[in-house]
Design a protein around this ligand. Structure first.
Ligand SMILES: [Zn+2]
Length: 488
């Protein structure tokens, strides 16, 4: 908060003093942000960028090393003086810069991104990591970005929109997970309202056009699956970027060959979709539900990736059962088989060691040790509360307190936070027991208590088991009510 000292002439009336101080306060608020205006040309050849800074700025950089080669005509726009770049940094001397302008070669930069070879020429993808030269966000004024666009050009960026403004956004701090995509041109972008969220669905265009309505319906269905955990989608403003690809080298004939969550600038889920398969086939895929499930936790540091992969994998199976896509037995079969694969993977390493190392030989351990912990916590919460608490209710509270989060968390921090929301803690006990212990958290006795009976790798469920009622609760069918709350 800034203190404003106002000198008031003795002859002013009380009314004039009120008006004068209101104006001063309003002006202080108006100038509190760094304001970028970015003009895009119809041919998508270049961006012309001008930034007016709220305070003089000395440290300005781009996130990508490749930014420098496509950035030209960098100037102090108050004096017209040219400025140099050194790698990812802008060279600023003296007291600091109030105004920065530059030109970015958008289409040339797009040629370095393989993805663009698949797209029709009037829509291209280039990350802000290349074209946005800016001061840090964490301790300075807010950064606002406004685009000036020809009628034929749209833009999709990961940042939250500014209310009541077209093509205007606010940059917030975010964990450095991946590099977000920005899309320019003539593509489909629409808002899908679902379970308390407004999800921006951006569909890139290729020669074989997919129907944006059909695609949006599928995304709505997938987001609904996630809301079957606690009645709403974990991020009210997530973005989904859909990248149509052929089959073949992009992942065989799978309908959704690849997906990932990028948290740079805001939470984006990127999915490759196979344009040679009908959209109806996308519904049977686990990948989208897995990626969306990641949003129920904050971004975790790399060495605790086994926790985020484990929770997303646990929920992907539960939610697809609750949505009716898996039978109860199918869901438990998948959980059982995965846990077995995890148990056999890299037995000499602890989950933290496996996640910090080379994924090729430890992948199953990374994906499934966190599933074992999620299952253990879920069953114990349900058992001791007689069903009134569960992993769903704890993650509901986590969302309310902490998501979407602007930073990376450690596993300990997450588990401490989950414990803080319980009368009787249990998550840190599990972490201490398993995170740094070689081997695999053995969930086999628990599965037997739940009535998950495996013979020669094949699972059947038994209602005679001690905790069979809890097993049925975990995967029981659910539907969203009209109000958006999940029936329990
Ligand atoms: Zn994942």
């Amino acid at each position: 908060m800034r203190t404003i000292i106002i000198h008031i002439p003795a002859h002013w009336t009380a009314a004039a003093i009120v008006v004068a101080s209101t104006l001063l306060v309003a002006r202080a608020g108006d100038t509190a942000s760094h304001d970028y205006s970015i003009a895009v040309d119809a041919a998508l050849d270049r961006l012309v960028v001008q930034a007016r800074f709220a305070v003089p700025v000395r440290k300005i950089s781009a996130r990508s090393r490749d930014a420098e080669q496509f950035t030209h005509d960098v100037r102090d726009c108050d004096t017209g003086k040219r400025l140099g770049t050194r790698g990812r940094r802008l060279v600023v001397t003296g007291p600091g810069l109030r105004c920065l302008s530059y030109v970015f070669e958008l289409r040339n930069a797009a040629r370095t991104e393989d993805l663009n070879r698949r797209l029709v020429a009037d829509n291209i993808v280039v990350s802000p990591a290349l074209w946005l030269w800016r001061p840090g966000i964490a301790d300075g004024p807010e950064i606002q970005v406004r685009f000036t666009l020809p009628d034929t050009v749209a833009v999709s960026v990961p940042w939250p929109r500014l209310p009541n403004a077209d093509h205007a956004y606010r940059l917030t701090a975010s964990p450095r997970s991946g590099s977000a995509l920005a899309v320019f041109g003539d593509f489909s972008s629409r808002i899908v309202s679902v379970a308390g969220a407004e999800i921006n669905v951006t569909l890139l265009r290729t020669a074989s056009e997919l129907d944006p309505d059909e695609i949006s319906e599928w995304i709505r269905d997938t987001a609904n699956n996630i809301a079957l955990a606690y009645g709403r989608f974990p991020n009210p403003y997530a973005r989904v970027v859909l990248i149509p690809v052929g089959g073949g080298s992009w992942g065989g004939n799978s309908p959704v060959p690849f997906g990932r969550v990028v948290r740079d600038g805001g939470e984006t889920i990127e999915l490759l979709i196979n344009e040679q398969r009908p959209v109806a086939d996308y519904y049977g895929e686990w990948e989208p539900t897995h990626e969306f499930s990641h949003l129920m936790l904050p971004y975790l540091r790399r060495s605790q990736r086994w926790v985020s992969e484990g929770y997303a994998t646990y929920y992907q199976n539960l939610l697809l059962a609750r949505a009716g896509r898996y039978s109860e037995t199918e869901a438990w079969q998948k959980l059982y088989s995965g846990l077995e694969r995890g148990r056999e993977s890299a037995p000499g390493l602890s989950p933290n060691e496996a996640a910090a190392g080379d994924e090729r030989s430890t992948r199953m351990k990374i994906y499934w040790s966190g599933v074992a912990l999620a299952l253990m916590a879920d069953v114990e919460l349900r058992r001791r509360s007689d069903g009134s608490e569960s992993l769903d209710t704890v993650l509901d509270k986590l969302q309310t307190c902490c998501l979407p989060s602007e930073r990376a968390w450690s596993g300990r921090e997450l588990f401490r936070q989950l414990d803080a929301m319980l009368d009787e803690p249990l998550f840190m006990d599990l972490y201490r027991k398993y995170a740094d212990t070689a081997g695999f958290p053995d969930a086999r006795p628990l599965l037997r208590q739940l009535g998950v009976i495996a013979e020669d790798g094949s699972v059947r469920v038994s209602d005679a088991a001690e905790l069979a009622a809890i097993r049925r609760q975990i995967t029981a069918a659910k539907a969203l009510t009209a109000a958006g709350a999940a029936d329990r």
